[in-house]
Write a protein that binds this ligand. Structure first.
Ligand code: PMV
Length: 316
């Protein structure tokens, strides 16, 4: 029996520009964050099991083959990762140490996929190549998100900051940052999953495609402008681009009341710009905060939100 204890890790992510528009082929920019997720795979006496002590009310404990209402998608994602690693029936136990909250748009599902696959690759004695890792992660992400653009798991796997564009061959390119971006990230519960928000926007788009395509064009233009501003460390311009992007996302109907409140609080307390990040309808926001980020964090926490000051886009 394999006696190896194998580990894998992955950071979370924030989308800086272009969420939703990326689903329609426009460029988006995403960056890795300092918080992440670690996976440890070790031999066990029975079939594959997965424990995530920090998610759910008393942790998630998954045994494949058992009916476990409420956590089927995590179980299916685990099965997809085992399948990709050729370990479907292996006697092993994986424990995930999650610093990221699940389901708020900070890349928890992509980090879950990448950290898990990395630990399984080590466990079987043949780490995944980058290409195989990305392909396997896409299968795992599909369980959670239906038709993910690929942005999340790509930036989580590669780290740093990336410009991403979907296509027959998804194109991703590192974005050079003058310095890691000083931001405040805040989050709360979501009113629906990524799949629901993306689906609702798809209905609106399909009813009046010309109008929504124009909105997505505008979001794509912002992402291109941001590449330059990021390279120059031009925070004043980046703040304005965040605000514009948030306005477009609001127009697209994906900003919830909680996003509006968090964005307003961040701006009132000194952020140079703020926007929702990820799918929306609650979830997370990101604020550009080079000066006194702690004031923004306290104001958000006083209003009942979770918030942290961090830097994003550092190359790992
Ligand atoms: O799941 P989230 O919150 O990280 O959002 C995903 C970003 C979307 O652009 C809305 C969807 C996608 O697949 O890129």
């Amino acid at each position: 029996m394999n006696t190896r204890v194998s580990t894998g890790a992955a950071p979370g992510k924030v989308i800086l520009f272009g969420e939703h528009a990326v689903v329609y082929g426009r460029p988006a920019i995403a960056a890795a964050i300092e918080r992440g997720l670690g996976a440890t795979a070790e031999p066990a006496h029975d079939g594959p099991r997965l424990d995530i002590p920090r998610w759910g009310r008393s942790g998630l404990h998954i045994r494949l083959g058992e009916r476990q209402p409420g956590i089927e998608s995590v179980a299916r994602a685990f099965a997809a990762a085992l399948e990709a690693a050729g370990l479907r029936d292996a006697r092993l136990r994986v424990t995930i140490d999650a610093e990221l909250p699940p389901g708020v748009g900070l890349g928890s599902s992509a980090a879950f996929a990448i950290a898990l696959l990395r630990s399984l690759g080590e466990f079987r004695g043949a780490p995944f190549s980058t290409g195989d890792l990305l392909e396997a992660a896409e299968h795992v992400e599909r369980v959670f998100h239906g038709t993910p653009s690929g942005l999340d798991h790509t930036v989580v796997a590669l780290g740093g900051c990336l410009r991403f564009q979907r296509g027959r061959e998804p194109a991703f390119m590192p974005v050079a940052l003058a310095e890691p971006l000083p931001v405040v990230v805040a989050w709360t519960q979501r009113e629906g999953g990524t799949r629901d928000v993306v689906g609702r926007l798809r209905e609106r788009h399909d009813a009046q495609p010309d109008l929504y395509e124009r909105l997505f064009d505008a979001m794509g233009d912002l992402a291109e402008a941001a590449v330059e501003a990021l390279g120059h460390g031009d925070f004043a311009r980046l703040g304005a681009l965040f605000d514009l992007n948030h306005g477009y996302l609001n127009a697209a109907g994906v900003s919830g009341l909680a996003n509006e409140r968090m964005v307003a609080i961040a701006r009132q307390h000194g952020a140079l710009g703020a926007k929702l990040t990820g799918a929306g309808w609650g979830g997370a926001v990101i604020a550009l905060a080079p000066d006194h980020p702690e004031r923004i964090v306290s104001a958000l926490q006083d209003a009942g939100f979770s918030a942290t000051a961090t830097r994003v886009g550092a190359t790992s």
